[in-house]
Design a binder for this molecule. Structure first.
Ligand SMILES: Cc1cc2nc3c(=O)[nH]c(=O)nc-3n(C[C@H](O)[C@H](O)[C@H](O)COP(=O)(O)O)c2cc1C
Length: 156
């Protein structure tokens, strides 16, 4: 399967998830990861599985991911496998006010899903990964979870 993982990442957590997924799939599959700003004019025509990953910023994906998705042609994702993931902080690690705000705004992955559907995606498989609010590192086990999720995405 030809897999393309497009990601954005301010502090590197989303990139680490994308990298774990790409490493898990390469070998058996043609798996590439591209920072959204380096995506350029990559052609999606021969891509079977498109994965989009973004940090959650105020409940949304980053502006660069939004610009990338907006720029796709209307049916760019039709007939392809599609998946989206986000990274965000663990709600329970935050003070009650921030925790409420996180609840209120929700996860970037839901916005990405809607935007991928506007570009023809029929079923976007979604996943969220978490950063520990105290250590500011990915929560333990998240890279393993990313690798397992990647394997699910390419199952026949
Ligand atoms: C401007 C900004 C807004 C954020 N908004 C949210 C949010 O709404 N909900 C949340 O859970 N985390 C929020 N976060 C935390 C990030 O989603 C989290 O740290 C993310 O994993 C960072 O990914 P990165 O290292 O790939 O940049 C925000 C972080 C920043 C810098």
């Amino acid at each position: 399967m030809n897999v393309l993982i497009i990601f954005d990442s301010l502090y590197g957590h989303t990139e680490k998830i994308a990298h774990a997924m790409q490493q898990e799939l390469e070998g058996e599959h043609k798996a590439r990861m591209e920072h959204v700003l380096h995506y350029g004019s990559c052609d999606l025509a021969h891509v079977d599985l498109v994965v989009v990953g973004s940090p959650t910023h105020g409940g949304y994906e980053t502006e660069d991911i939004k610009v990338f998705l907006d720029a796709l042609s209307d049916n760019a994702l039709r007939g392809k496998r599609t998946a989206a993931f986000d990274t965000s902080v663990v709600k329970e690690d935050q003070n009650p006010l921030i925790s409420k705000i996180i609840d209120w705004f929700g996860h970037a992955v839901n916005r990405i899903e809607g935007e991928m559907e506007e570009k023809g995606a029929e079923h976007v498989i979604k996943q969220s990964f978490f950063v520990d609010g105290e250590t500011e590192a990915l929560k333990e086990g998240e890279l393993e979870r990313a690798r397992a999720w990647a394997r699910e995405l390419v199952k026949p």
